[in-house]
Write a protein that binds this ligand. Structure first.
Ligand SMILES: Cc1ncc(COP(=O)(O)O)c(C=O)c1O
Length: 438
């Protein structure tokens, strides 16, 4: 077998138009604070915190040092029937940041694994409390809950069904909350849409509460285009799930760690689910890690109710990996020492005004924002959906700004160390470039 001479051929890139990329490759070779450096030596302002993840900015020395030190001291420790101090310490620190009562922490390596872990915990809990008929899982249209079979089944993305078929059975979906007619150009949480949570009552009436284990939603859907929860919507989901004995899971893989305010969207919005999934900003993305925060009653239901031996038949070789735990501890220290969540909050108003100043620019049919997140929706090019946003993404990159294109939406979620001049630069570049696109 010959591999040929093409140095890009062997890598099958994830969620990438491989042929287009390899025809015009764009690579990143270094990063510092708010910027990436491209392989042709240019500084690229990071408008997306990598992938909604590098909340404290790039290559922060204290995180780098913590990883280096731990790599030399304890490269790896098996997490089954053994422990190491850093993972216990990090679990305690995470628990202290969660809403009251969600103080039991299970480690994973990614957002996708956190979602599948949360779904499995919900199923195990229902069984442990004698409600074994509750096996049905409810997600939401346009939900992105990662790429595991559980996550793509509860998620609401049509391409997963087109490419992978029927997925898990016994799954149903709430409607999404996106509505241009009622909510276009809303600032922050839209006032229309709380009633969409009532559909859960219809789903429960259809299937029977005794068949439903859990409901999972992102408090703010990020990856499918920044869908901000209507005022009162999450509160209704909480009320209905509680009434019917259904576990409520908030997928906070994006919304955690200062992205929309405090450590969680749940805490920021004052709606407490039973389980929270997280990843990304937990370690500032410096080492892969995810986690699931579980309420005490669910944890105790599974653990105390089990016979002697392993209580939850689940875990990963790298759960609580020492390098990830070290990165997580250093990241949480940095968030606190620099008051990064508070700093970001102090910019929420400026951010909102700046991104909404793009209203009226060519092709822009909606602008949405929450915390330090914005979604700028473009009118799809007739007969060629997604192409306009992809062209904007490429042109921005070539002009020194990293944005994210998802469908026909441009998403912004820069590191939380940003300053007003970075906001001005992002918005100014987009304002110019969007006018140059057909
Ligand atoms: C809400 C949500 N859940 C899960 C995931 C999956 O995370 P990962 O890519 O780390 O598996 C993502 C990724 O963007 C996400 O936004």
């Amino acid at each position: 077998m010959t591999l040929g001479n093409d140095p890009l051929a062997a890598l099958w890139m994830p969620f990438t138009a491989n042929r287009a990329f390899k025809a015009t490759p764009r690579q990143l070779v270094a990063a510092k604070d708010m910027h990436y450096q491209s392989d042709d030596g240019r500084q690229i302002l990071d408008g997306t915190a990598g992938l909604w993840a590098v909340n404290a900015g790039h290559c922060r020395p204290s995180i780098v040092e913590a990883i280096q030190k731990t790599a030399a001291e304890l490269d790896y420790a098996p997490p089954f029937q053994l422990g190491h101090p850093l993972s216990f310490e990090l679990a305690t620190r995470i628990a202290a940041l969660m809403p009251q009562g969600l103080d039991r922490i299970f480690f994973t390596n990614s957002g996708s694994e956190s979602v599948d872990t949360a779904l499995k915990i919900a199923l195990a809990y229902q069984r442990a409390r004698g409600e074994g008929t509750r096996t049905r899982l409810i997600g939401r249209e346009r939900g992105y809950n990662g790429v595991g079979f559980g996550g793509i089944s509860v998620g609401g993305i049509v391409n997963n069904r087109r490419q992978f078929g029927t997925l898990l059975t016994g799954v149903d979906h709430l409607p999404h909350t996106h509505n241009l007619e009622h909510n276009a150009f809303s600032k922050g949480r839209p006032s229309w849409g709380a009633h969409l949570a009532d559909t859960l009552e219809s789903i429960i009436a259809l299937h029977g509460a005794e068949t439903i284990a859990a409901v999972i939603v992102e408090p703010m859907a990020g990856s499918t285009g920044v869908l901000v929860p209507p005022v009162g919507y999450l509160e209704k989901l909480r009320e209905i799930t509680k009434k019917h004995g259904i576990v409520l899971i908030f997928d906070e893989v994006i919304t955690g760690y200062g992205r929309v305010g405090g450590a969680t969207a749940s805490g920021t919005l004052g709606v407490t689910p039973d389980i929270i999934t997280m990843a990304k900003g937990l370690t500032n993305a410096a080492v892969p890690m995810g986690a699931v925060a579980v309420s005490r009653h669910i944890h105790d239901g599974v653990v105390e109710g089990a016979p002697d031996g392993i209580e939850l038949f689940h875990g990963y070789t790298y759960s609580g990996h020492p390098l990830a735990a070290a990165a997580g501890l250093a990241t949480l220290d940095l968030y606190k020492a620099e008051g990064l969540f508070e700093h970001a909050q102090s910019l929420h108003g400026y951010w909102e005004e700046a991104v909404h100043s793009l209203k009226g620019r060519r092709h822009i049919i909606d602008i949405r924002n929450m915390g330090i997140v914005a979604g700028i929706e473009l009118e799809p090019r007739p007969g060629a959906p997604t192409k306009r946003a992809m062209e904007l993404f490429h042109k921005c990159f070539d002009a020194g700004l990293l944005v994210r294109a998802t469908g026909d939406i441009i998403a912004l979620s820069p590191p939380l160390i940003l300053q007003k001049e970075h906001i001005d630069e992002m918005v100014g570049r987009i304002a110019e470039i969007v006018e140059t696109i057909d």
